[in-house]
Design a protein. Structure first.
Length: 425
């Protein structure tokens, strides 16, 4: 089984298909997704958390095939827009196994969730409660959770820390707005409060913040019981499970997380005299990230003032993560033995700004040249899903590999796609 610490695609082929063959057949840049690896990661979660509901966080990467794989592997889905929701439903995913998130759900999002019958809607703020109840309508009923900010600092970068006050998500435990919102939700006959939710951040490699969070959440559940006489049956602890982007980096130990989270949950429930709620988790990155490889062609090499710039045919439009979070990747040349002489290079993209850097100060063969293929492992999460149309370069295709065979899941975005949207005169 796959483990989040492994970098399965450091080599030259993925899913039994040589990367060079994929570049020839589908051109570059191209994203390669290893179906077997995605499925293995889903199974690792199911095995580690047999008593929990595991929801794949669709924001990490979504396609119709991905929807089918996670469905077949027994996971649910976390979606955060009508777009993600409708795509999953049209790909055959059962809406009752989905949870809708969002700090600013549009009327369109809520309308789609109610029409399609989404399993849970997670209330993120006070203004949503009456609005949602009104949209459900008299006599109707929608299962909801309340997103709580437990006051825990965790996460790989400031921009993806959501467990503390002072960021836009959820309702604060500290200032009482969570307790207040829970009381209001309980007062709405159209809303059935099934439990509480928290998501403390992303790219977390330590188990401890989850344990602290679960204790605070159980503490709140006990207060809800004391104040309202209601025992909430569910607790959703969100995602955020960190992975290694480079060899040797730490990753969250899923087995340890599962064991220690369960112990903390059981112990704190026992101390509070509460029945243990059903646990939900929502991993995105740890399911999709290590299963993807981004494959580029080197277009230009510039040796200047003691620096080597290796420019490839993609960049920040398909992977904004280095620019946004300063993430470090470990790219490598495909189909080339390491040269006797290595060089320290900066891999840059083709976009019109100096911040378009994919990997700074990485070791590559000293004779790297235009035409070489460059692979960036651990590219399956939050790259294509955050891709943009910058410079009208077009988003890369997605190719699935499995058992030695490659097939196109998503075609390359073309100029015709851009032109078909541009209907002005
Ligand atoms: N549940 C909720 C409510 C979330 O907001 C997220 C991620 C997840 C689950 C899944 O988290 P994961 O297991 O994938 O860490 N663009 C950033 C990551 C943003 C994460 C947003 N929310 C990045 O590229 O690192």
């Amino acid at each position: 089984p796959a483990s989040t610490g492994r970098l399965p695609h450091g080599g030259l082929s993925v899913g039994g298909v040589p990367l060079a063959e994929i570049a020839d057949r589908f051109d570059t840049p191209v994203y390669v997704l290893d179906e077997g690896e995605v499925r293995a990661r889903c199974r690792t979660y199911r095995d580690a958390f047999p008593d929990a509901d595991v929801l794949y966080a669709a924001k990490a990467f979504l396609s119709r095939a991905m929807v089918r794989w996670v469905d077949e592997e027994g996971l649910g889905l976390d979606v955060c827009s009508a777009g993600e929701l409708e795509l999953a439903v049209t790909a055959g995913f059962p809406p009752e196994r989905m949870v809708l998130h969002g700090n600013a759900k549009s009327p369109h999002d809520i309308e789609a969730a109610l029409r399609l019958g989404v399993g849970r809607i997670v209330i993120d703020g006070p203004s949503e409660i009456a609005r949602l109840a009104a949209m459900v309508g008299t006599g109707g009923s929608q299962k909801v959770m309340v997103r709580v900010v437990p006051g825990i600092t965790a996460g790989g970068h400031e921009k993806i820390r959501t467990g503390t006050d002072g960021q836009k998500f959820g309702l604060s435990l500290t200032d009482g707005s969570a307790q207040h919102a829970i009381a209001r939700v309980l007062g709405q006959p159209q809303l059935e409060l099934t439990g509480l939710h928290c998501h403390i951040g992303s790219q977390i490699t330590d188990v401890k913040p989850y344990l602290a969070a679960v204790r605070r959440m159980v503490g709140l559940m006990a207060r809800v019981r004391d104040a309202h006489g209601v025992v909430l049956p569910e607790l959703d602890m969100g995602g955020g499970h960190g992975i290694a982007y480079r060899p040797g980096e730490p990753a969250l130990d899923l087995t340890a997380l599962a064991r220690r989270l369960r112990t903390a949950l059981v112990e704190s429930c026992a101390a509070a005299g509460l029945a243990v709620p059903r646990l939900t988790i929502e991993p995105g990155r740890a399911v999709a990230g290590p299963a993807g490889v981004a494959l580029y062609r080197v277009l230009a090499v510039k040796r200047t003032c003691d620096r080597v710039f290796v420019a490839v045919d993609g960049g920040m439009s398909d992977n904004p993560r280095p620019a946004l979070y300063g993430v470090r990747y470990a790219p490598r040349l495909v189909g080339r033995r390491p040269a006797a002489q290595a060089c320290v290079a900066t891999v840059v993209g083709r976009h019109c700004e100096a911040g378009d850097v994919l990997a700074a100060d990485v070791e590559l063969p000293g004779d790297v040249r235009p035409g070489d293929l460059l692979a960036v492992p651990v590219a399956g999460a939050y790259q294509l899903s955050m891709a943009s149309g910058y410079n009208l370069v077009g988003r890369p295709p997605v190719v699935a590999v499995d058992n030695g065979a490659a097939r196109l899941l998503m075609r390359r975005e073309t100029l015709a796609d851009f032109r078909s949207r541009d209907i002005g005169d």
